[in-house]
Design a protein around this ligand. Structure first.
Ligand code: PEP
Ligand code: MN
Length: 365
């Protein structure tokens, strides 16, 4: 369900002109030298305006590096004094917020593991009441848009209007080349339901490695996302957390140089042509829906007929024939095999559902 959040656009609270806005810094602050040196190198990159560093790290198992905690706050104060960067820290409980506020941290973010828990988010939201600070809300680990929206709403209800969503990919059971597959349809749906929410994409946690960072960053720009959060470290190979996905500041600069920013709007001629294409798609979709409706009506009739004659719903031979025949024909129309297979399975599942309903309603004994 669409929701109206009261949001102040990033440009009104952060001084930057370059697109995309880039937030960068190490996964974790490890020591003063690493924090300061990484920040100094990042400050040389035009697009980087915000320095991120985790101080309290949510780790899956105990006995891993859990962050340096509060002592990193003074290192970040030094970053502020010695560069033009704003500093951002992940907070997971009210005491973190208190400490960040006491040390002049500019921006807070709520991590993916915290956003899954409405109790934690509510506690954080309460602690933010009356505070004027930008807050970034990462998506929850599981692909649940409602949970993400819920967290944004809770924080917004506490009076935080400088609000940003961060897309960091989602957990999936399926094998994937990504650590957290991007499932772009979810942030796109978020944009549709909350049109004024800025979305920053975090390619580092989506990819889990350096190799795929450029592709995901490019895709984020092509989908008109508002910025990027990319982890960087002066010695990524020696990082205490997320070593595989962090890059050196000089490589971040190279990566940003390779991103192509395409125009969001084209010339009048381009717009006209696009409108004509879209009209064609609208007409074809109308036809598709009409055809689907007709197909399912026949499925319904078959269901009644099978029921009257006490014949089972699933006729394997017929289903095998349909799959084989439609795949063959579809491939001739240049349709992708996987897409076709999924479409056929979806239609078949719907046919089974309709026929089962008929059998359940009017069992012919
Ligand atoms: C992080 O940004 O370092 C982090 C822990 O990210 P996430 O909450 O997205 O896993
Ligand atoms: Mn990390």
């Amino acid at each position: 369900m669409a929701t109206n959040l009261e949001i102040i656009p990033i440009k009104e609270w952060l001084d930057y002109k370059e697109h995309p806005l880039v937030i960068s810094g190490p996964c974790s602050a490890e020591n003063e030298e690493q924090v300061i040196n990484t920040a100094k190198q990042l400050a040389q990159i035009h697009n980087v305006k915000v320095y991120r560093a985790g101080l309290w790290k949510p780790r899956t198992r105990p006995n891993y590096f859990e962050g340096v905690g509060s002592k990193g706050l003074v290192w970040l104060q030094r970053v502020k004094e010695e560069t033009n960067l704003k500093v951002a820290v992940e907070v997971a409980k009210p005491s973190h917020i208190e400490k960040c506020l006491a040390h002049g941290i500019d921006i807070l973010w709520i991590g993916a593991r915290t956003v899954v828990n409405p109790f934690s988010v509510q506690e954080i939201a309460e602690a933010l009441k009356g505070v004027d600070i930008p807050v970034m809300v990462k998506n929850p680990i599981n692909p649940d848009l409602t949970l993400w929206m819920g967290a944004l709403e809770r924080v917004n209800k506490s009076g935080i209007k400088k609000l940003v969503a961060v897309h960091r990919g989602f957990y999936s059971l399926n094998q994937s080349m990504y650590r957290n597959p991007p499932m772009w349809e979810i942030p796109i749906e978020l944009k549709r339901l909350v049109p004024n929410i800025p979305i920053i994409v975090d390619p580092s946690h989506i990819c889990g490695n350096k190799e795929l960072l450029l592709d995901i960053s490019q895709k984020a720009m092509d989908l008109e996302m508002d910025g990027l959060m990319i982890e960087s470290h002066i010695k990524p190979w020696a990082a205490l957390s997320d070593a595989k996905q962090q890059i050196e500041p000089k490589n971040l600069k190279l990566l940003l140089g390779k991103i192509v920013i395409r125009e969001m709007r084209g010339t009048k001629e381009f717009e006209n042509k696009l409108t004509s294409y879209r009209n064609q798609i609208d007409e074809i979709d109308d036809e598709l829906l009409d055809i689907l409706g007709r197909r399912l009506k026949i499925v319904d009739e078959i269901g009644q007929y099978k029921n009257e004659h006490k014949i089972t719903i699933l006729q394997l031979k017929r289903w095998s024939y349909i799959i084989e025949d439609r795949l063959k024909k579809g491939l001739k129309h240049n349709l992708d095999r996987d897409f076709l297979q999924k479409l056929l399975e979806l239609m078949h599942a719907e046919s089974l559902r309709i026929q089962t309903e008929i059998m359940n309603k009017t069992p012919e004994n």
